[in-house]
Structure formats: C-alpha cells, structure tokens
Design a binder for this molecule. Structure first.
Ligand SMILES: C[S@@+](CC[C@H](N)C(=O)[O-])C[C@H]1O[C@@H](n2cnc3c(N)ncnc32)[C@H](O)[C@@H]1O
Length: 252
C-alpha cells in the first residue's frame, strides 16, 4: 500500500498548478545565507515549486523526490536545469559535505527525527545551511471553514491540514527542539512570513484534491467529498491566510 506521504503523484499536474508557493522574502533570505552559485539539495522537492525559486537565484539544485510522477512534472517544468534524484531521503546516500544548503519545503514531517537531521548534517559543507518550512493556512471565514470541515468529517477521520493548524505548529515546534539539541547546528533562526490567497471555488476544490488526507480516501469517498465541497461553495471564493513557518540553522 502506498504510504501517506507518497501518494501526491496521482495529482502532480494539479498539485503544481494550485499549491501555493512560498514568499519571495524567504528565498531572498536563503540566497543571502548560501554562497552565490552554491549547491542546494531540495529534499521532497515534489513538482519543484521551491526548486524553481532556488534556480532563479542562480543556485545549483539537486532535487530529491521519491515519487516518479512528481519528479516527471518537476523535470517538465525545469527543463534540464536541475539534477533530479528519484529516491526518498531515508535511502539517499549523497556525497558527504557536498551541499552548501539543504532545504525542505512542506515535506520534513514525512521523515522528521534526529536521524534525518544527522543525515542533513552529513550532506552539508562546513558551514552549510539547513532550512525547512511549511505553509500553515487558515480559512479566513471561520463559519465557512466549519461548514467545509463537516463535509470532510462525513467520510474521513482526518481533516486536511488546512483545518488542523495546531498539528502543524506542533510539528514545527518539534523541529525547533531538534535543532536546539546538540546535533551540530547553530541556534535555529525562525522563519515567519505572512501572505494570503483567494481561491475561486474550482481552484479551492482542486487544492483540496491534492491534500494527502483526501488522496488517502477511496475514489468513491474522494469524489463524494469533492462534489459536496464544490456544491457547498457555489460561487463563493475562499480566502486562505498563510503563515510560512519554519527554521533555518547553520551547520557547526
Ligand atoms: C507536500 S509535498 C511538498 C513538495 C514540494 N517541496 C513543495 O513545496 O511543493 C511533500 C513531498 O515530499 C515527498 N516525500 C514523501 N516522503 C518522502 C521521503 N521519505 N523522502 C523524500 N521525500 C518524500 C512527497 O513525494 C512529496 O512530493
């Protein structure tokens, strides 16, 4: 059976189109911390939403992505500029101290833990930079959020993370604690950026179709939930307020 974190491929094209990107300021911060033209490993690169931003800033990127469909979409969108490795982080044996940066956008939770951080440290050059971050979204209209949550609860015990903000903030807090433990990193610097995005009803439903909790449903339940969401929204647009949260730390 496909594990929870490895099922995004079936929706790779939609994922690439509707998943929100990350603030410019975050990539500017990374571009300042990583030497110009430096090498970066993008772990769990997906369709390359973060990869493309790193490439745009002149960094050399190795994109590590276990899902073949996601990796194919990444290659299609980044034509020849990026080195793609189709593997998971747990089994990736990259060259020791080869990267000036290791970044992880919206994926650290799939393999988080002290051993993953030790592996990051092994891959980083002397003062290489590690950064992991997530988009933590909240539907601005609380009443609408409640109505939409009820639709998910009809079929799934697990609400998409957009409706479970405390779970994600706990994951991010765990990363901070891990970085503060004595695993060979400088005290972590918090990443905190605010943005918002308004989705038309079709795009909001498309966004929900890319959520791992929805992908895990049977196709019958998934169609039911997505149809109910679409009917509930009618012509209503959905404003999502995003906090992009995470941590950056330097190897020492
Ligand atoms: C939510 S997506 C994030 C993708 C991309 N970084 C982005 O910002 O859009 C999580 C990605 O992590 C990948 N993934 C899941 N388990 C993984 C693992 N053990 N090692 C590396 N990547 C993994 C998934 O295939 C998926 O592409």
């Amino acid at each position: 059976m496909t594990s929870f974190g490895r099922q995004f491929g079936v929706t790779a094209v939609t994922y690439d189109r509707v998943r929100p990107g990350y603030p410019e300021a975050l990539f500017e911060m990374l571009a300042q911390a990583i030497p110009a033209g430096g090498s970066v490993l993008d772990v769990g690169a997906g369709t390359g939403i973060a990869t493309r931003e790193l490439l745009r800033r002149g960094l050399r990127v190795t994109a590590l992505e276990p899902d073949g469909d996601m990796a194919r979409q990444l290659i299609a969108r980044s034509a020849g500029e990026v080195d793609v490795v189709t593997n998971d982080f747990e089994h990736y044996r990259g060259p020791r101290r080869a990267f000036d940066g290791v970044v992880c956008a919206q994926a650290w939770h799939w393999f988080a833990g002290p051993s993953a951080l030790r592996r990051v440290r092994r891959l980083l050059s002397g003062t290489g930079v590690f950064a992991a971050w997530w988009n933590v979204g909240t539907i601005a209209d609380a009443q609408l959020a409640k109505e939409l949550a009820v639709i998910f609860q009809e079929t799934s015990h697990r609400l998409p993370v957009l409706f479970r903000r405390p779970d994600l903030t706990a994951t991010i807090g765990n990363l901070a604690r891990l970085l503060q433990a004595d695993l060979g990193f400088s005290p972590p610097e918090a990443l905190h950026f605010v943005s918002s995005f308004t989705y038309g009803p079709d795009d909001f439903v498309a966004l929900m179709s890319t959520m791992s909790e929805v992908l895990a449903l049977s196709s019958e339940d998934r169609d039911h939930v997505l149809d109910r969401l679409r009917a509930c929204l009618g012509e209503v647009t959905v404003e999502v307020e995003y906090l992009t949260l995470g941590y950056m730390a330097v190897r020492c």
